[in-house]
Design a protein around this ligand. Structure first.
Ligand code: FPP
Length: 258
């Protein structure tokens, strides 16, 4: 993390960087909740709410990149979201296509590396191809790691990891005793990335909803009340400042610094 950038961030908000803390997270995860309620408030269709949510998304990605944060994970579509009305599912699928069509050039130009978390095989062909192409095109980029969870479930991700490890054991490449926390991390979609430091869920709901359960083990949680389409860069900065003031002890004591 760029020290100058961190100091600048606090100064911009007229606050001194809190001593010992004040760091920006390396990895932010966001559950973008409240599109439906926003639509209801504005007497619009749920699909229109999701569309408005995509607008918020663009700004948040830009700001994350500007701040020099290493990784951003966004929960766009869970394995449970297929249960929603067909019209809403279709609207979300269309939004995925529209989002990449309009954003991919800028993201690539900004050196953003896109990774899709989730089972792409379970998606309609157009969406699968679009997501694969985004990953292929930006695969060599070295800037912000932008993880977009589509058809994602954390338990399914863990089952996949366990199956891969079991297969290695069956082939005699590893022994059960070789299995470590790191090995499990290396079999998750987010392999090679830092763990989540800050999890944000908008709309006041306080649940993980099967999102990055392993990666969130020591994350700080912030639950702003604002609905996702109303989540501005200012709101985001408020969450980042809240994170910067937290004591993170990872089960240790503050004095020991562990
Ligand atoms: C939760 O709000 C939000 C979702 C299920 C979808 C989030 C998707 C987007 C913001 C846009 C699509 C993403 C990309 C990458 C193009 P909700 O509908 O559950 O809200 P509610 O709880 O108020 O009904």
């Amino acid at each position: 993390m760029n020290v100058k950038m961190v100091r600048e961030f606090w100064r911009m908000w007229g606050e001194e960087e809190p001593e010992k803390k004040g760091e920006l997270p390396r990895h932010v995860a966001i559950i973008m909740d409240g599109n439906g309620r926003w639509a209801k408030q504005h007497k619009l269709s749920v699909s229109r709410g999701h569309r408005q949510g995509t607008e918020a998304l663009r700004e948040i990605i830009r700001h994350t990149d500007d701040l020099g944060i290493e990784a951003l994970s966004l929960y766009a579509f869970s394995t449970e979201n297929w249960r929603r009305p067909a019209e809403e599912v279709a609207a979300l699928m269309q939004l995925i296509l529209d989002f990449f069509a309009s954003e991919i050039d800028e993201l690539d130009e900004k050196n953003v590396r896109i990774l899709i978390l989730g089972d792409k095989e379970g998606l309609p062909e157009k969406q699968r191809e679009t997501l694969l192409e985004a990953e292929r095109r930006t695969g060599g980029n070295t800037g912000l790691r932008l993880n977009i969870a589509v058809n994602y479930g954390s338990r399914a991700e863990m089952v996949k990891a366990v199956r891969e490890i079991a297969e290695e054991a069956r082939e005699g490449k590893i022994l059960p005793g070789d299995i470590s926390e790191e090995m499990i991390s290396e079999h998750l979609y987010t392999k090679g990335q830092p763990e989540v430091d800050l999890l944000i869920r908008t709309s006041g709901e306080m649940r993980l909803s099967n999102f990055l359960l392993y990666q969130n083990a020591y994350a700080e949680f912030v639950f702003p009340k604002v609905l996702w389409p109303d989540f501005t860069v200012e709101e985001y900065d408020r969450c980042l400042r809240a994170f910067g003031k937290r004591d993170r002890r990872y089960g240790g004591r503050e004095e020991s610094g562990t």
